[in-house]
Design a protein around this ligand. Structure first.
Ligand code: ATP
Ligand code: MG
Length: 546
C-alpha cells in the first residue's frame, strides 16, 4: 500500500513537511484542509495563493479540502460574493469536497459552546464601554487591568448572554469575553471578545442578534468539519494560542493551525476595503476590471488560470513577508500563452501599402496558428490583396543605425505571404509619409531579407477597440506611506484605449478567446465585444517588445 503522502511532484515546503510528519506519526490518517474566505468581496490573487496551498496540499496528500464561507459579519457580507467566490475557485481549477459550507451553519453549536464556557467559569459578559477597553487591556510590556465584571457569577453572565441573543440590548453595550490572562504579553489573550451584539439580519441564519468573533468561530468551524490542518496567513500566528485554547476548553476535535506569508504584489493594492473603494469611486470598470488584482479581473483580462497556478507555485510558501514583482506573473502568463495562444495579425498604427503587381497576388495565404504547436494548433487562410496596412514604425525613409526593416528600395518578408520591395514613397504637402508603393514576390522567390513584418489586407481587415493595460499604481507600495492616500498613486495611464486593424479571423473570435498578435503581445476578446465591434484587452506584452 502506498502512503497517502505519495505525490512527490507537489512542491515541498514547511507546510508539506508538517502534514507529512503528522501522517507519518499517525496523528492523522487522512488530511482535511479548508479555504475559508469571508464573503465580503471578490477573491484576489493573494487569495489564489491560499487556494493553491489549501487545495494543493490536500490533493498532494490524498486528502480533501472544504470551501467554507466565514460569514460571521452580516453587515459587510453579501450572497453575491458567495456566488462569485465559488465561480473563482472553480475557474482556478479546484473543486471542494462535499457541499459549500458556511460558518453560519454552526451558529447554534457555537452559541452552545459559549454557554458551556460561561458555566465552566471560562467566559463572562462584560459591560465596559468600548472607549474603556483599551485602558483595561493595556500594553504588551505591562499587565492589563481586569474588567470589573470579570468575576460576576456564571448565572448572571448566562442570563445576560441569553438576553443579548434575544435582542434586549443595543449594539456595543455588552460583549462575551473569555476569561484568560490579563497579564499575558500577547494582547490577544487578555480576555478576548468571543461574542458581540449586532442587530443585523443574517441572510443564511435569521433571528440572531449576537455574532461570534473570528477567534472563537474559526477553531470551532475547523473542528466541526474535522479539519486536520488549518493553514492561514502570518498575521494569525499570534492568535494561535487562542485557537488552541478554544479547541481545548470546548473539548473539540483537535484541528491545528499553521501560518505562511501573504502574497504581496507590487504596484497594486490587495485589501478588499481598498478594492471596493476603487470600484465605488469608479476609478475602475468594476470588480472585474482587467487591471484589478481580483481573479474576476485577471480572468476578464484573459489571464489563463494555469498561469496563476504556476505563479503561486513559483513564489513558493515561506514564513517571511516579501513583495513580489508583477513581472513574475507576466512571465508565467507568457509561458502559458506562448504554448497555447493562436497567433494572428493586427496593425496598430497603419501605413498603407499599394502593391503594383496585383496579377501576381494570391487571394489568401495559409498561416499556421501556432508555431509552438503546428499540428494541434491548426492553420487558417488569411485574405491577401493589393492594398495592405503595415505598421508605420516598420518603415523608415531615413533608417536609424541597425534598422533592419523596410526602407525605400529595400525588401522585407511579409509574414506568411511572401516578400515586399518598396518601390516608391508617397508624401503629403508637409512631407509626411502617407503611403508606400511596393512589389510583391512569392515565398519561392527567396529574397534575402533581414526582417519579417506583420500586415493586414485593408479591405478585409476590421477595426477593433484595443484596451492597453498597465500597472494600477505608479509606485511599488501605494499603501506604504501612512501620511498619504494610496489613490494619489493611481496610474492614470493604466488603461489606454487605441484602435487596431485586425485580420478577419480575429473579428469572429468569442469573448474570452486569447491570441498572440504577432510581434505585439497577448490579447483577449473582452466581454464588451459585439458582432461587428470587436474589443480586445492586452493581457501582456511580448517579452522583447519595446
Ligand atoms: P483582505 O485582507 O484582502 O481583505 P482577508 O484576509 O480579510 O483579505 P479572507 O476572506 O478572510 O480575506 O481570506 C481568506 C483566506 O485567504 C484566509 O485564510 C487568508 O489568510 C487568505 N489570504 C487573504 N489574503 C491573502 C494574501 N494576500 N496572500 C495569501 N493568502 C491570503
Ligand atoms: Mg479576513
Amino acid at each position: 500500500m502506498t502512503s497517502p503522502a505519495s505525490d512527490s511532484s507537489a512542491p515541498r515546503h514547511f507546510l508539506r513537511e508538517w502534514i507529512d510528519s503528522d501522517l507519518a506519526s499517525g496523528r492523522v490518517s487522512r488530511v482535511v484542509t479548508r479555504f475559508p474566505p469571508e464573503p465580503n468581496g471578490y477573491l484576489h490573487i493573494g487569495h489564489a495563493k491560499a487556494v493553491c496551498v489549501d487545495f494543493g496540499m490536500a490533493a498532494a496528500c490524498g486528502g480533501e479540502c472544504h470551501l467554507r464561507m466565514d460569514d460571521t459579519n452580516p453587515v459587510k457580507e453579501d450572497p453575491a460574493y458567495t456566488r462569485a467566490i465559488q465561480e473563482d475557485v472553480r475557474w482556478l481549477g479546484f473543486e471542494w469536497a462535499g457541499p459549500l459550507r458556511r460558518a453560519s451553519d454552526y451558529f447554534e453549536t457555537m452559541y452552545g459552546l459559549a454557554e458551556k464556557l460561561i458555566r465552566a467559569g471560562k467566559a463572562y459578559v462584560c459591560e465596559l464601554p468600548q472607549e474603556e477597553w483599551k485602558n483595561y487591556r493595556g500594553v504588551p510590556t505591562a499587565p492589563g487591568r481586569p474588567s470589573p465584571y470579570r468575576d460576576r457569577p456564571a448565572e448572571e453572565s448566562l442570563d445576560l448572554f441569553h438576553r443579548m441573543r434575544a435582542g434586549e440590548f443595543p449594539d456595543g453595550s455588552k460583549v462575551l469575553r473569555a476569561k484568560l490572562d490579563m497579564a499575558s504579553p500577547n494582547l490577544h489573550l487578555r480576555d478576548p471578545v468571543l461574542y458581540r451584539i449586532l442587530h443585523a439580519e443574517h441572510p443564511n441564519a435569521p433571528g440572531w442578534n449576537v455574532y461570534p468573533m473570528y477567534d472563537f468561530a474559526h477553531p470551532i468551524e475547523d473542528a466541526i468539519e474535522g479539519v486536520t490542518h488549518s493553514m492561514c496567513t502570518l498575521e494569525f500566528e499570534v492568535h494561535r494560542p487562542l485557537y488552541d485554547w478554544v479547541i481545548r476548553e470546548c473539548g473539540l476535535f483537535e484541528s491545528r493551525q499553521r501560518e505562511f506569508a501573504r502574497l504581496e504584489l507590487a504596484y497594486t493594492v490587495m485589501s478588499k476595503r481598498r478594492l471596493l473603494e476603487m470600484v465605488s469611486l469608479g476609478l475602475v470598470r468594476g470588480w472585474d476590471d482587467p487591471r484589478m488584482p481580483t481573479l474576476a479581473g485577471l480572468r476578464r483580462r484573459g489571464v489563463p488560470p494555469e498561469a496563476i497556478r504556476a505563479f503561486c507555485e513559483a513564489i513558493g510558501v515561506t514564513k517571511y513577508d516579501s513583495l513580489t514583482d508583477p513581472a513574475l506573473l507576466d512571465h508565467c502568463i507568457r509561458d502559458v500563452l506562448n504554448r497555447t495562444a493562436p497567433r494572428a495579425m493586427a496593425v496598430f498604427d497603419p501605413l498603407p501599402v499599394r502593391l503594383e503587381n496585383p496579377e501576381d497576388l494570391p487571394a489568401a495565404v495559409r498561416a499556421v496558428n501556432n508555431p509552438e504547436d503546428p499540428e494541434g494548433g491548426g492553420s487558417r487562410d488569411v485574405p491577401f490583396a493589393a492594398d495592405l496596412f503595415i505598421e508605420r514604425e516598420d518603415f523608415a525613409e531615413i533608417p536609424p543605425p541597425k534598422f533592419k526593416r523596410l526602407v525605400p528600395g529595400g525588401n522585407v518578408r511579409l509574414r506568411h505571404a511572401g516578400f515586399l520591395t518598396c518601390t516608391a514613397v508617397e508624401k503629403d504637402a508637409a512631407g509626411r509619409v502617407t503611403g508606400l508603393v511596393g512589389r510583391f514576390s512569392p515565398m519561392e522567390a527567396a529574397v534575402k531579407v533581414k526582417a519579417t513584418i506583420h500586415w493586414v489586407a485593408r479591405e478585409s481587415a476590421q477595426k477593433a477597440e484595443v484596451r492597453l493595460y498597465d500597472r494600477l499604481f505608479t509606485v511599488p507600495e501605494p499603501c506604504a506611506d501612512k501620511e498619504r492616500d494610496y489613490k494619489e498613486f493611481f496610474n492614470k495611464d493604466s488603461e489606454k484605449i487605441v484602435s487596431a486593424w485586425i485580420e478577419p479571423s480575429l473579428a469572429a473570435a468569442e469573448p474570452g478567446g486569447r491570441f498572440q498578435f504577432e510581434r505585439i503581445g497577448y490579447f483577449s476578446v473582452d466581454k464588451d465585444a459585439k458582432p461587428g465591434a470587436p474589443v480586445f484587452n492586452r493581457i501582456a506584452t511580448l517579452k522583447d517588445s519595446k
